[in-house]
Design a protein around this ligand. Structure first.
Ligand code: FAD
Length: 344
């Protein structure tokens, strides 16, 4: 069922473990910093015309529409661009990134199944149905903390530098490790975990993809302090909007098999990482073209405040910013016109 903003806000009061500046946050929705990110995410559920009628899944969010051709991609670009403008130039990630992950899992799960006779695609589609029917907010935890960048996951001195499987049970797997830079992780309903990089056979325990609810036992979000609000009085930012990010710790988290989408198929881990990144670059170029308007406006106001908006060199810089913005828009549209990924 499509949710209202209030229903989304209620759903994240679920006992999840979140820390801000060393203190446990009991209710993220009323926290002075994280509450801003909650309300920003909630605004996505207020957008008029945000749903479409899917032949298989009913009345669902447009973000979850699987793009199958150029036109679908152009519509997705428009959706992301216009929503970002609607939110004062700030992206609203919680259904865009999750759908990027789900689309990439749909493609790669099929490849893994073909090669290994597994049934990941069916699991992914069941999970997709659960997500779209419940209109969920999702974060993607892909970036590992990594440690020594010159070494592969299994070569790290500390085995938890990349997230890995530490126990295999009849009913699922147990994972350990930490992901970093998880945008809106602390305010999402679900966390989809993907491998970060291409792997070799020795890394097989690190080749893992799955999804867990944000209040899963053993999952902990350490929110990066937002200096613009509570540490740096000179910083400038919109007071009403922000997206938080976290160090997302998995301390012996259990994942049942029906939520495991890759398990030790190390030779396809890189492809999953790359396919997600390709979808997400498309999302990113679409929203950044809109965010560029925010920077352009800020630059114009700064020039006006100093009485130099008509100085030729200042106008040149403003024109450069406009060109940069338009090149990004063209990049998104060009990508939509050559969707090689979907032909594979
Ligand atoms: C706005 C934003 C939102 C993000 N949201 C998310 C999110 O929601 N979920 C998520 O999982 N991630 C997210 N990320 C994280 C992002 O994907 C990572 O920051 C990125 O993958 C780089 O990782 P890193 O920060 O650890 O940098 P590093 O990997 O440490 O890179 C730092 C520098 O070292 C270089 N380097 C690294 N390894 C090597 C090597 N082996 N050899 C030579 N040079 C090397 C790099 O090229 C770079 O110049 C987000 C990032 C941004 C900017």
């Amino acid at each position: 069922m499509p949710r209202s903003a209030a229903e989304y806000i209620n759903s994240v009061r679920d006992g999840r473990i979140v820390y801000y500046r060393g203190k446990r946050v009991d209710d993220i929705t009323t926290h002075p910093i994280i509450g801003i990110a909650v309300r920003h995410a909630a605004d996505l559920f207020n957008v008029k015309d945000r749903l479409y009628d899917d032949p298989n899944y009913g009345h669902i969010s447009k973000y979850f529409k699987v793009p199958r051709n150029t036109n679908d991609l152009l519509e997705r670009y428009k959706l992301i661009y216009e929503d970002t403008l609607r939110f004062d130039g700030l992206f609203n990630i919680v259904q865009a990134i999750g759908s990027d992950a789900l689309f990439s899992l749909m493609i790669v799960a099929k490849k893994v199944d073909r090669k290994y006779g597994t049934s990941y695609y069916d699991r992914v589609m069941k999970y997709y149905e659960y997500v779209v029917k419940n209109d969920l907010a999702i974060a993607v935890a892909q970036t590992d903390v990594k440690g020594n960048r010159a070494k592969r996951p299994h070569e790290q001195e500390d085995g938890d530098m990349y997230l890995r499987v530490v126990e295999v049970r009849n009913d699922g797997i147990v994972v350990n490790g930490a992901k970093i830079h998880t945008t809106q992780g602390p305010v999402a309903n679900e966390i989809i975990v993907l491998p970060y990089r291409a792997m070799v056979e020795g890394d097989r325990d690190y080749a893992v993809a799955f999804a867990v609810p944000a209040n899963t036992k053993g999952l902990k979000f350490i929110v990066r302090p937002v200096l613009e609000y509570d540490g740096n009085p000179n910083a400038v930012n919109a007071a009403s909007r922000f997206e938080v990010e976290s160090l997302t710790i998995f301390d012996h988290v259990f994942v049942p098999w029906d939520r495991v989408f890759m398990f030790r198929e190390w030779d396809l881990a890189g492809q999953l990482a790359w396919t997600f990144a390709t979808y997400h670059r498309f999302t990113a170029i679409s929203y950044r073209a809109a965010t560029a308007n925010l920077y352009l406006g800020a630059a114009l106001y700064a020039a006006r405040a100093n009485g130099i908006e008509n100085a030729p060199h200042v106008r040149d810089w403003l024109v450069q910013m406009i060109m940069y913005k338009e090149i990004m828009r063209m990049g998104a549209m060009a990508a939509a016109w050559s969707p090689g990924l979907m032909r594979e």
